[in-house]
Design a protein around this ligand. Structure first.
Ligand code: EPU
Length: 338
């Protein structure tokens, strides 16, 4: 069924809780609807966006376009790949963390590192969600979606998804042409816990012969202690990506800041912690208007008192300008601006 709303408020549909209105808002819940949606999208070639949980998005006050809001549910065990591995097909609107919980309850392991990441299953491959040493691409076998340009279902193997750090083909070439409808996960019932990430290792070592459920609990505890709960303090998780820079640039900075955290990427590049840079630049806990940098995790921008999308962008721009001036690094936003 397709339902169409005009001038729909989006305040409760974005985790930053900014006030925004969409000119057209379309909710739909069945595969038969995809073909019809195109009629609404073609009209004067309006821009359109796809809305999942609204966790990685920052709206400006008026979106003069169409918001597509799919409601596609279902988790199915599709096939047995081997004695220990199964293919699980999950519809796009399923809640990510509920799927992680389902996977552990059903005896699979691996997804526990990605516990408590807000959002939907369909959004997970778009920015290749990652945390505590894992990225969702490791578990994805394929992604399926409706292509509005070809008006056909399209299937992508893992390599065709062009996954990279917080990036994929869905964020680039296929932005605004593909509606992800289902994701196929290859999940295993056996394996080693992925527990080498600093904080995780320390906390898990206190537990005797820990299992995947213990690791999930450790991750939940760490996230709850560092990251503000969007239900209580509006935010969009990491606002910026961790910057990837050439080795020589990193070495020059390390001479000035020997304590700066650095993570390897490949032989020529490494990744820095944007949170560290922002804290070092003096922004942690500071506010500008009604927007602020969280006092425990400088990578997170919070909406304190009904800030608008534009006020939040002003704070982001001020931070970017300082980081460029102090460290010579351009911070890229992780959230999508609409
Ligand atoms: N740090 C600071 N000050 C801060 C925050 C961090 O000095 O205010 C330092 C930490 O001490 C640490 C380093 O920066 O040495 C990295 O911090 P942390 O491990 O907390 O992770 P992060 O780089 O800040 C990334 C992801 C998070 C993910 C965590 C854990 C990005 C953009 N963010 O954050 O993902 O949960 O690692 O794996 O890659 C998200 O994308 O929304 C998100 C929350």
């Amino acid at each position: 069924m397709i339902e169409i709303f005009q001038n729909e408020p989006l305040n409760q549909r974005n985790s930053m809780k900014v006030e925004a209105i969409a000119k057209v808002f379309i909710r739909f819940d069945a595969e038969e609807d995809y073909r019809q949606l195109i009629n609404h999208l073609n009209e004067k070639s309006k821009p359109w966006i796809l809305l999942g949980g609204g966790n990685n998005i920052l709206f400006k006050p008026f979106f003069d376009g169409v918001v597509l809001y799919p409601r596609l549910f279902g988790i199915h065990r599709k096939e047995v790949i081997s004695g220990t591995e199964d293919l699980i097909e999950v519809a796009a609107s399923e809640d990510w963390d509920q799927f992680v919980a389902w996977s552990l309850e059903n005896g699979y392991m691996g997804l526990e590192n990605l516990s408590l990441i807000p959002g939907t299953v369909g959004a997970a491959p778009v920015q290749n969600i990652g945390a505590y040493g894992a990225e969702v691409e490791q578990f994805i076998e394929w992604v399926e979606g409706w292509n509005f340009e070809t008006e056909q279902m399209q299937h992508f193997s893992r390599s065709e998804c062009e996954f990279a750090y917080r990036d994929s083909i869905f964020k680039k070439k296929l932005k605004n042409s593909l509606l992800i409808t289902k994701v196929g996960f290859r999940l295993s019932r056996r394996g080693e816990l992925n527990a080498n990430y600093g904080d995780v290792k320390a906390r898990l070592s206190a537990i005797e012969s820990p299992g995947a459920a213990d690791l999930r609990q450790v991750i939940i505890d760490i996230r709850q202690s560092k990251l503000p709960d969007p239900a209580l303090i509006p935010n969009a998780g990491s606002f910026f990506k961790n910057p990837v820079i050439p080795m020589e640039a990193m070495e020059a900075l390390r001479k000035i800041y020997p304590e700066m955290p650095v993570y390897p990427v490949d032989s020529e590049r490494c990744k820095l912690a944007a949170g560290w840079l922002i804290e070092k630049a003096g922004w942690k806990g500071r506010s500008l208007g009604k927007a602020a940098v969280h006092h425990q995790q400088a990578l997170v921008i919070i909406n304190q008192n009904g800030a608008s999308g534009e006020e939040i962008l002003e704070l982001a721009a001020a931070i970017q300008a300082d980081i460029l001036q102090i460290f010579g690094i351009r911070l890229e936003m992780e959230v999508n601006i609409v």
